[in-house]
Design a binder for this molecule. Structure first.
Ligand SMILES: NC(=O)CC[C@H](N)C(=O)O
Length: 360
């Protein structure tokens, strides 16, 4: 097989040479790295990666293939959304051979079907060190010399692209959860459906303030949280009421912005399965799955709010909660798909607040 040469060009001028696989084409986006050892089908379909060129530091990728699309309760069983959201993929060694109980196709053919360019043969650990030193950068995967314009996805409203266009209901449980879809990972919906709920999934800019529901949930999602002005406006009105509100990742950042606090861009983000967080005021540390490039500036939190979790690597915020009302959110992923499930209990805590509030 003849291999097509490709290169990864960074906005600081550095270039890394490799070979094309997946879709044969060039693309630009923000270059981010994830150090998890498994979970590429979930990561590639996570809407929070929209506009990003994903670098995987684990060297061997593709060896367990990609699952078939099998529907379960109206959701694809093994994916986090209905499509691949990354703009491009950068890996070290691509395994043509794959073997796994649920593998239905190869990674290369799946990327090809979705028109996503990928490059292999890159020293992704050396590349990651460059990104750690320089900070997050935009980049281009250039295949066969085909030119493409630079793209900085953080200047776009990516949430509007990935959010549902219509209201969708799932399940028929006791508690009604209004889920604001900012780019929701399906494992969040699966976690709610396991807990006797009806999930009402609404678009990111939907005015939910007059609707009937028992608890409000703000999902994860791509890009700069400050682009979600409509959601922040609706949330501000909701936060004056004692109805339970829970947010994950982008949801955490929007909770802070709606309460008057600020967010900022991290130097290179947290993307892995082994991010240690401390529950503030305790000695309890938890291992979490994360995927974020922005964070809450905890110094700007108002007096009604407190820092709930803190990242043990760099001391940045990993969650906040209201001192009196049942409003809380986390920067990490309690639904961890893929990754450690240590913090799944937060769904139970939210549902117990919802039960208490609704009186059912
Ligand atoms: N997974 C997420 O929700 C990410 C939130 C936000 N887009 C960030 O990068 O920080």
């Amino acid at each position: 097989m003849t291999r097509i040469p490709a290169k990864l060009l960074l906005s600081n001028g550095m270039s890394f040479s490799g070979y094309s696989f997946g879709h044969t084409g060039s693309v630009s986006g923000e270059v981010v790295f994830n150090t998890a050892m498994t979970g590429y089908p979930e990561s590639l379909t996570d809407p929070s990666y929209r506009g990003q060129i994903l670098v995987l530091t684990y060297p061997l990728i593709g060896n367990y293939g990609v699952p078939d699309t099998i529907s379960e309760a109206g959701l694809p069983a093994f994916f986090e959304s209905d499509q691949i959201h990354i703009s491009g993929l950068v890996i070290s060694s691509y395994s043509e051979q794959y073997s796994h109980w649920n593998a239905g196709r190869s990674l290369a053919s799946w990327l090809g079907e979705h028109s996503i360019p990928a490059i292999e043969g890159i020293d992704t650990r050396a590349l990651t060190q460059v990104i750690r030193e320089h900070g997050a950068m935009t980049g281009k995967i250039i295949v066969d010399g085909e030119e493409v314009n630079w793209r900085n996805p953080n200047s776009e409203n990516l949430v509007a692209e990935v959010s549902t266009k219509e209201v969708i209901r799932y399940g028929n449980g006791r508690y009604r959860i209004l889920l604001v879809d900012l780019g929701v990972k399906y494992n969040i919906i699966r976690h709610f459906l396991k807990r006797d709920t009806t999930v009402i999934r609404v678009p990111w800019d939907y005015d939910f303030t007059g609707l009937e529901y028992d608890g409000l949930f703000l999902s994860n999602g791509p890009g700069d949280p400050k682009k979600c002005e409509a959601t922040i406006r609706h949330l501000q009105r909701q936060l004056t009421h004692p109805k339970p509100v829970f947010g994950i990742c982008l949801g955490n950042q929007l909770m802070a912005l709606a309460s008057g606090a600020d967010t900022f861009k991290l130097r290179y983000g947290h993307r892995s399965h082994n991010q240690p967080v401390l529950q503030a005021g305790t000695n309890k540390a938890l291992v979490t799955s994360q995927n974020h490039g922005f964070a809450i500036d905890s110094k700007t939190l108002g007096s009604e709010w407190e820092e709930w979790f803190i990242n043990l690597n760099d001391g940045t915020n990993e969650g906040i909660r209201h001192r009196e009302l049942p409003h809380f959110s986390v920067q990490f992923h309690p639904e961890a798909s893929s990754g450690p499930t240590d913090t799944e209990y937060l769904f139970d805590e939210f549902l117990s607040e919802v039960g208490r509030f609704s009186g059912r």
